[in-house]
Ligand binder design. Structure first.
Ligand code: ATP
Ligand code: MG
Length: 552
């Protein structure tokens, strides 16, 4: 992947732990997605970090679905998350679900009640919030806080048995209502929710809160390093409190800065809105920052892993420029993509001194960056070619090394041509350009002695096939749409998708392989879209050849 770099702070911690013989040198991390949406590039960062750390130090990683919230989770998401993690190139040790621990978690709660460290509270959410105090004022205990252990055990059992409606009671940890850390002011452990769960069905009507479930799940699995994002720093004391009081495996929580990428949004809630409001086709729209979107766009797992590696592991929030992600895919595709010729905005060139009925077959290798070129393909050549409209100018400026009256260029893998004349339609658009070719200038066997500065791509008119080509731009027109006034959707880029209904492609591209990257010479890297069919080929641009994006 990337060149030698110094250890990040998590690697330092792991190395210290190994040196100290902690947990017998064993490393077990976990990736804990909530199955309430599809994974995005931010999750990829967390995946690369958790799996990468374990791989580097001979450990393992669990995939644990954090499915404690029954109403928001769906099996569809579980499947897509597994697909995405695998696609990124990682193998988990065990596929686990926090919901598998509901019985154990219930027993843990009972243990704390028996120790006098948890109580059933009948207050409403509003009352609890009002009694909690503020960071500068302590909270006030209510009458339920002094309930006896037996009463708490009986009430908690009744909560589980379904005796009470949603919101009627909660189970709270009895910690410290004056704690400077608000998370320690008797946090909720369980709430009543009569809801169907995607795995446990209707077995439960009480569900554990994240803070009670997460650390306990880590401990049950004996996770050694539980890595999460910075917003969980204030939860760490509570994480440790539960583990200490329950006397269970001492998992430890470590926090790093989440990945923020400019010109997009990353929260699943916002991505869902884009899908539901039809601003994008679906979660895998090639403009989405989701793993499935990036995959459909033509990103490779290696490029995403490289990106995650390059951004490193920070302890402070920052914003990563999306051009770094684009740089990584360009680097990768430059080495692997097969070169092809495609004319996106066509204009016809007629070679007046080339016999009309003649076809000649040129040859070009697939990948000049690879040893042996990875084979090649035949390029039929004739007297009529499609070339790019922008490669001709009626009045070319001095350093224009393409076509204009009297100018010469090389046709890639073929001959040098000289432009003699052109025609225009009634509205002044150039319709055809007329050239003569130099017979002795054939690529690979050029005896003409003519040197030209420009090389352009082309497709033979009688041999060309057509395809729809989709070009993408940033999904948003501002760097940080979530931080602007009003709704983030007001900042969508109206020109993020440009569809070219009829591009001319070289015949060989009709055999394009799904999932493979192709470099359309001079035009960027492209891949077949999932909607492409034999009758209607559709190519999506993964990225341009150079970073051409300027802040407007
Ligand atoms: P979102 O806010 O996008 O809905 P989330 O944090 O609720 O994300 P989870 O499914 O709970 O999503 O996340 C699974 C794991 O991925 C967590 O450990 C979380 O910290 C991590 N993660 C989520 N977003 C990012 C991000 N942008 N950068 C790094 N890690 C992330
Ligand atoms: Mg979450």
């Amino acid at each position: 992947m990337s060149e030698e770099r110094s250890l990040n702070f998590l690697e330092e911690i792991v190395e210290e732990d190994i040196a100290a013989g902690k947990n017998g040198g064993r490393i077990l991390t976990r990736f804990p997605p909530e199955p309430n949406g599809h994974l995005h590039i931010g999750h990829a960062k967390s995946i690369c970090l958790n799996f990468g750390l374990a791989l580097k130090y001979g450990g393992k990683t669990n995939l644990r679905f954090d499915d404690t919230n029954p109403t928001k989770e769906e099996t569809e998401y579980v499947d897509s998350i597994k697909e995405d993690v695998k696609w990124l190139g990682f193998e988990w040790a065990h596929e686990l679900y926090a919901s598998d621990y509901f019985d154990k978690l219930y027993d843990f709660a009972v243990t704390l009640i028996k120790k006098g460290m948890a109580y059933v509270d009948d207050s409403s959410a509003e009352e609890i919030a009002a009694q909690k105090g503020t960071p500068t004022e302590p909270g006030i205990p209510n009458q339920y806080r002094s309930r006896g252990i037996e009463e708490n055990l009986a009430l908690f059992a009744e909560m589980k048995a379904g005796k009470y409606p949603d919101g009627a009671k909660v189970l709270r940890a009895k910690i410290d209502l004056a704690a400077p850390n608000m998370h320690l002011r008797d946090p909720l452990m369980y709430r009543i929710k009569h809801a169907h769960h995607h795995r446990t069905g209707d077995k439960w009507c009480i569900y554990p809160m994240y803070d009670f479930a997460h650390g306990e799940s880590d401990a049950i699995e004996e996770i050694t390093h539980s890595i999460c994002t910075l917003e969980f720093i204030p939860h760490r004391d509570l994480y440790n409190w539960f583990i200490e009081k329950l006397e269970i495996f001492p998992s430890k929580q470590y926090e790093f800065a989440r990945l923020n990428l400019n010109y997009t949004v990353m929260s699943k809630r916002k991505l869902l809105q884009l899908v539901e409001d039809k601003h994008v086709e679906d979660w895998d729209d090639p403009r989405m920052p989701t793993i499935s979107g990036l995959r459909r766009r033509g990103y490779t797992p290696a490029s995403i892993r490289d990106f995650c590696d390059r951004i490193g592991v920070a302890k402070r929030e920052n914003m990563i420029d999306v051009s770094l992600l684009e740089f990584c895919i360009r680097e990768d595709l430059n080495k692997t993509a097969w070169r092809r010729m495609v004319v996106l905005d066509p204009i016809k060139m007629i070679i007046t001194n080339y016999p009309e009925a003649q076809t000649e077959t040129m040859f070009s290798e697939n990948n000049p960056e690879a040893e042996g070129g990875e084979g090649g393909r035949e390029l039929p050549f004739s007297n009529e070619l499609w070339i790019e409209r922008e490669d001709f100018m009626e009045e070319p400026p001095k350093k224009f090394f393409r076509l204009g009256i009297g100018l010469m260029v090389r046709l890639k893998s073929a001959y040098i041509v000289k432009c003699d004349s052109f025609t225009k339609d009634a509205s002044g658009n150039v319709t055809e350009i007329y050239c003569t070719y130099i017979p002795e200038s054939k690529s690979g066997n050029d005896t003409s002695g003519i040197n030209v500065k420009g090389t352009i791509h082309w497709v033979s008119v009688p041999h060309a096939k057509t395809a729809e080509v989709r070009l993408y731009d940033r999904l948003f027109r501002v760097e940080d749409p979530s931080n602007e006034d009003g709704d983030f959707k007001e900042y969508l880029n109206p020109d993020s998708l440009q569809i070219l209904p009829k591009a001319y492609i070289e015949a060989d591209l009709a055999k394009a392989i799904p999932g493979k990257g192709y470099q359309f010479i001079r035009k960027g890297y492209f891949t077949l879209d999932k909607h492409s069919t034999a009758d209607k080929l559709i190519f999506s641009r993964t990225v341009t050849l150079k970073d051409g994006w300027k802040t407007p």
